[in-house]
Design a protein around this ligand. Structure first.
Ligand code: V47
Ligand code: SF4
Length: 367
């Protein structure tokens, strides 16, 4: 009884802090995961969402290119990576990539998102050359490319430090860096999930360096596997601290672990309710991130629509989305695609105003 009363007091105190625009502590974040009800989380996360984006929900016309699924790493949650010459491995040439880009640009895309495996033979020179070719052919296309994990490998292979490597890529035409490869920062858990890849400190250092060079970046968190709530909050806290210093993150994207075709699969997946709670608590905790994105090819259109009542103000994945990371890991939609009209209907039906944005969240069209 005493505990119940005490919990009610804490819940009330958190609500008052968030309503006044005050930051919640790590302990309070963990408390929300353990005790807060869905209705309460919806209300508080919507309050925070509205501070940043009022009644708007954004989307942009982007497409994904995955140059290769050949990867030196062995993350236990990955359904996608192959070794060289293994069945199912692919490598696109620069010409094939340019051909794909031409197709999407002619249907109105404004941003290309390029992410793939860590290919042992591809270095910075190769990727800077690719970016230069894209930039020359498409001066106005926004190029968001390479996770910190891919960057870490290409810089090491070319014996450059992150500042030197990022400067070369920026000069070649790179505009922004996506948020992948963050997984979960807790070092012990990371050692079980992805033992041989870029560590948390290096991931954060590459993003910090990018921010210092004026390159905006995104941040992700892979959740719903072996992590506990304190490890989720630790992850969010490390992002919040870096954002306090640099303001260089544009958006946070929680990524739900999907179980098909990977060594971790027997642990199963978390529920939709857990997804919604995670969106809401991320929105409440990350008081210095302007945007929270749901990547609908991973969670499906229905959950994406629900997520808009839990702090999400940005939906990713328009037009023929070509990503295979999630279709290979068991996402419902094996050929994820939605038209601009379909996406704006989904947003309007959930009670929000659909806004097409560019990569920097400038408004292009209000629907
Ligand atoms: O880092 C891999 C994740 C990420 C699985 O920045 C898995 O705008 C779930 O980062 N189940 C890459 N997730 C994708 C990514 C991303 C996606 C959309 C937008 C943006 C952005 C970034 O995919 C990896 C890893 O965390 N992943 N395997 C899996 N089985
Ligand atoms: Fe490689 Fe990325 Fe898969 Fe890890 S998640 S094995 S780094 S492709």
């Amino acid at each position: 009884m005493a505990t119940g009363n005490n919990n009610n007091l804490i819940i009330k105190h958190i609500e008052e802090s968030v309503t006044r625009g005050q930051r919640i502590s790590q302990e309070e974040g963990i408390f929300l995961f353990e005790h807060a009800g869905l209705g309460y989380l919806s209300k508080l996360s919507t309050l925070v969402k509205k501070r940043f984006s009022a009644d708007r929900v954004f989307f942009n016309r982007n497409f994904h290119i995955e140059p290769t699924n050949i990867c030196i790493h062995s993350c236990v949650f990955c359904s996608y990576r192959r070794r060289i010459n293994q069945e199912g491995a692919w490598e696109m040439t620069a010409d094939e990539i340019l051909e794909q880009i031409a197709k999407h640009v002619s249907s109105g895309a404004t941003e290309v998102h390029i992410v793939g495996g860590v290919h042992p033979q591809r270095d910075l020179e190769y990727y800077a050359g690719l970016i230069r070719k894209i930039r020359t052919s498409y001066p106005h296309l926004f190029i968001k490319a390479f996770t910190a994990v891919e960057l870490d490998f290409m810089f090491r292979k070319s014996r450059l430090n992150p500042a030197e490597g990022l400067r070369i890529l920026k000069e070649a035409g790179l505009d922004a860096i996506p948020g992948g490869g963050a997984e979960i920062f807790d070092e012990k858990l990371r050692a079980r999930l992805c033992p041989d890849k870029t560590g948390s400190a290096e991931w954060l250092a590459i993003h910090e360096q990018a921010h210092q060079l004026g390159i905006p970046t995104n941040a992700t968190m892979l959740y719903g596997h072996l992590e506990d709530y304190s490890q989720r909050i630790d992850h969010l806290h490390r992002l919040r601290e870096l954002q306090d210093q640099t303001s260089g993150f544009q958006v946070f994207i929680p990524l739900k672990y999907r179980k098909a075709n990977n060594p971790l699969g027997e642990i199963g997946e978390v529920s939709t309710i857990e997804d919604l709670r995670n969106y809401a608590i991320s929105r409440i905790f990350l008081d210095n991130f302007a945007h929270l994105k749901a990547y609908w090819p991973m969670i499906g259109k229905e959950v994406a629509s629900l997520s808009l009542s839990y702090g999400v103000d940005d939906l990713d994945g328009t037009i023929e989305d070509t990503t295979r990371i999630y279709s290979m890991a068991g996402a419902e939609d094996q050929n994820p695609a939605i038209t601009t009209a379909g996406l704006s209907d989904l947003i309007r039906q959930a009670g929000w105003v659909p806004v097409e944005r560019d990569t920097l969240y400038n408004t292009l069209t209000i629907y």
